[in-house]
Design a protein around this ligand. Structure first.
Ligand code: T46
Length: 139
């Protein structure tokens, strides 16, 4: 569910010359990072996302600037505003996400549990709703 996508407080190593925050396999994140990517040069008012994943889990960090994620589990929607390099949003599998309100110069850093594969995407909202409804009737 969208309420099961926590925002992790990242450790901060701070000295007079700046800060370091860390996401590390087996330390503060529960999967092995297989892929890192980042969104940048996002034009004013652009919206991205509009899909879910079957398997992929990710941590999302506003490495620079700010933006909003709208998470949707087919029943509830939740908007998460990210504006701190010290926080990481954990998006679990089976969550529809949309992204908007990117500030100028923002960088959306993503740490992913799997390599890129298009077959892991659900890009059609009706297919997503069918998928989550079948999933919950199985359990
Ligand atoms: C997500 C949000 C936060 C690749 O070839 N390799 C990659 O690793 C990625 C992420 C994308 N692509 C290609 C596939 C598409 O042709 O780049 C194009 C745009 O990808 P996508 O529609 O996935 O872009 P976003 O920004 O809507 O979504 C991405 C992630 O895919 C998604 O998992 O949660 O960022």
């Amino acid at each position: 569910s969208v309420f099961d996508c926590p925002i992790l407080d990242l450790p901060v190593v701070h000295d007079q010359n700046g800060k370091i925050s860390v996401l590390e396999n087996n330390q503060n994140i529960p999967f092995d990072i297989k892929r890192v990517y980042y969104l940048y040069d996002v034009p004013y008012a652009a919206e991205r996302g509009g899909h879910a994943h079957y398997e992929l889990e990710q941590f999302v960090v506003a490495a620079c600037g700010s933006f909003s994620f709208i998470l949707d589990d087919g029943i509830n929607k939740r908007e998460v505003f990210l504006n701190s390099p010290q926080k990481a949003l954990h998006i679990k599998p089976g969550i529809w996400r949309e992204m908007k309100d990117f500030s100028g110069g923002s960088i959306c850093l993503v740490l992913a549990s799997h390599e890129y594969t298009e077959t892991d995407y659900i890009r059609n909202y009706e297919d997503f709703i069918k998928y989550v409804q079948n999933d919950s009737s199985d359990s």
